[in-house]
Design a protein around this ligand. Structure first.
Ligand SMILES: [Ca+2]
Ligand SMILES: [Ca+2]
Length: 246
């Protein structure tokens, strides 16, 4: 079971309520409508640092989070270079969509395409934990608008995450759909005490990179200050009622 319900900050999107996106989200309009049932908003707790690819050029951080310190040519295996943070890979530059995995739209995150590699220098940072949700972006699910059915199971990848050379998370085979059902994002939670380097690798699951629109939702580093806040208290409302923007 994905442990997301108590951790999510969700948007109440009823009627014509105006919803302002977080400052670091600069994708104003998606290229196409990717259905979603719920949305996970930016975690605004003190002590949260997002992994952020585009918000700045510094290797040690930018206004929107922590930038990778490996060459940008390794950030996506297709449709690059990545030009917009917190967006899917789409069909290349100018066609990005909001990141959506398993029916959940993520306000913050990394949208890319296998093969992809990211090194993050977390040395000297007071980070205690890494959290994220990994999966295939729903924009390539069979029947998704513009996707056609050529992608079958919505792409297939493997997500491997290492800390200081030690493999801490292996997703195994991940597809975008399982038969006719959407596939939920996998929650990742890794302790980071005294860590120096976080490595995220996205492989093609052995069947080539076709349709491999991979996504990492709400990818963030947490300090002790963030962990001191009861995440459950951030849940704005009950889950399940938030289907009004479908
Ligand atoms: Ca999917
Ligand atoms: Ca694949």
């Amino acid at each position: 079971m994905v442990r997301h319900r108590s951790l999510f900050v969700v948007a109440l999107l009823l009627g014509a309520a105006v919803f302002a996106r977080a400052e670091c989200v600069n994708l104003e309009a998606a290229a196409k409508e990717v259905p979603f049932e719920e949305e996970m908003l930016e975690d605004t707790r003190t002590g949260v640092t997002y992994l952020s690819l585009i918000g700045g050029s510094s290797t040690k951080g930018n206004d929107c989070g922590l930038n990778p310190n490996n060459d940008a040519g390794q950030w996506t295996g297709w449709g690059g270079p990545l030009d917009t943070d917190n967006a899917s890979i789409g069909e290349g530059v100018g066609t990005r969509n909001f990141i959506t995995i398993g029916g959940i739209r993520f306000e913050r995150g990394i949208g890319t395409h296998a093969l992809a590699t990211y090194f993050f220098d977390i040395s000297g940072g007071p980070y205690k934990k890494f959290e994220a949700y990994v999966g295939m972006d729903d924009e390539k699910d069979a029947g998704a608008a513009g996707a056609g059915d050529s992608c079958g199971f919505g792409g297939t990848c493997e997500f491997n995450i290492s800390v200081d050379g030690s493999l801490e998370f292996e997703s195994g085979f991940v597809s975008g759909m399982d038969g006719g059902d959407n596939v939920e994002a996998m929650f990742v939670e890794i302790d980071l005490s005294n860590a120096s380097e976080l490595l995220i690798e996205i492989a093609d699951a052995g069947d080539g990179i076709g349709c491999d629109h991979a996504a990492i939702g709400d990818a963030k580093l947490l300090t002790g200050a963030a962990l001191a806040v009861d995440a459950a208290s951030k849940a704005a409302t009950a889950w399940g009622e938030l289907k009004t923007r479908l």
